[in-house]
Design a protein around this ligand. Sequence first.
Ligand code: FAD
Length: 475
Amino acid sequence: MATWRDPDVTVVGGGMAGCEAAWQLAVRGLRVALVEQKPAAMSPAHQTPLLGELVCSNSLRSNDRDTPAGLLKHELRLAGSLVIGLADRHRVPAGQALAVERFGFGRALTVALALHPNVRIERRPLDELPAGPVIVATGPLTGGPLGALIRRQLGGDRMYFYDAIAPIVSADSIELEHAFRSSRWQREGEDGSAAAAGEDGAAGDYLNCPLDRPTYEAFVDAVLAGRKVTPHEFEEPRYFESCLPIEVMAERGRETLRYGPMRPVGLTDPRTGRWPYAVVQLRPENRYLTAYNLVGFQTRLAYPEQSRIFAMVPALARAEWLRFGSIHRNTYVDAPRVLGPALELRREPRLRLAGLLTGVEGYIESCAMGLVCARLLADELAGRPPAPPPPTTMIGALYHHVTAPREGDYRYAPTNGNFGLLPPATIALHPKDKQGRRRFQLERAARDAAAWADGGAAVVVAGAGAGAGRPESAA
Ligand SMILES: Cc1cc2nc3c(=O)[nH]c(=O)nc-3n(C[C@H](O)[C@H](O)[C@H](O)COP(=O)(O)OP(=O)(O)OC[C@H]3O[C@@H](n4cnc5c(N)ncnc54)[C@H](O)[C@@H]3O)c2cc1C
């Protein structure tokens, strides 16, 4: 039981990110007030007074280290994550997935934190900011006075309330013989080779996937008939006109998509010398050109439906999807613009954000951003140089997605952990050796994560089972 008066750090929100952040600070010897609004105030998605409540699925996704989610968990284990450590203990059979018995898991987290001498849990909604460093980890439904307060601190319109995410495809799975590289209205250079920049970017930035008329018609039918994800009760299906889901456009008329994101105008296919009937445009998702997003393809189609329907586009017939499209209620900030390298608000550096608010998606990604935020703050408070995770790791790739400055006019969209975030392999391999490249990325990530984890305070969470919670810290 905590007996001290003033905390070194206040953490707001006892979800995935807040619990992890509080623990990481506490085991480094810092005194933490963890302020959680439940049970006095409940969001529309939360139902229990437990900390670390999983609001929907009880799965933390794959545990297979060769998948992005499995790799992220492996890295989190190396870094001494409380959340993943306890998820392992409360695992239920679910094949390759790490699924947990949600009440046992939530209880264990609550107990581990409640029994830690450096943690004081305060059950109240936090409406005003206390003195000293504060980590805000209030999640996707952040609202009320705290939401308004953060919005004011951000200045301008830098907080979003809905995700509209377009799918991302792995570059090496695109059938290039069915695609062509060109920007809209791109002209050929005078010598006939070098191309001048087009309307929508530098020359050849976009990969265009043409569809002929019968394929387009079948595609529209499939989008109209495809199974959609039903919005939650608290999600009003209100869309921005500039950000409509493809199925809503298809409902407005059979030609609407062809005048919207599938507009072929100005895109000359070099093989025919003509504009195709319709196109799906792919834009690079990263500077390594290993992943592309489908421009304007935000959708509520169910994931298996996206896989099936988008494969009707000839260039995407064998696409490997790194992320599917989605639209849902979410609160997150324009992190690359408003956050600094310690996840601090540029305009109010004692305030840091963690978890979903920073623009990551999913339970484990949110936990990862709680862990990183806490470690960076602990470094600062101990007078150590900050040690952010390397970008070659999945944790680091997420951190860099959140903090890396963007060029030009962009709309920041949240991400989950996916291979498209990792830098490409740096060894010479046969161009078709996809598995070799992936293996290299996985091994490099695990090695660099181990080095990073060791470089921080040596923290052992093995004793943090339900009812235990005695930390072993060194700092
Ligand atoms: C309906 C819904 C379903 C989802 N389903 C999934 C899923 O199946 N799988 C998945 O990976 N992700 C899912 N997500 C996303 C999921 O919420 C995040 O992945 C993850 O829980 C976010 O972690 P977090 O710590 O940022 O926020 P949360 O885990 O939401 O934690 C935020 C905490 O802050 C508290 N809080 C909020 N405001 C205040 C305040 N003013 N004062 C004090 N405390 C406050 C809340 O009570 C809550 O305990 C879902 C989200 C929603 C909204």
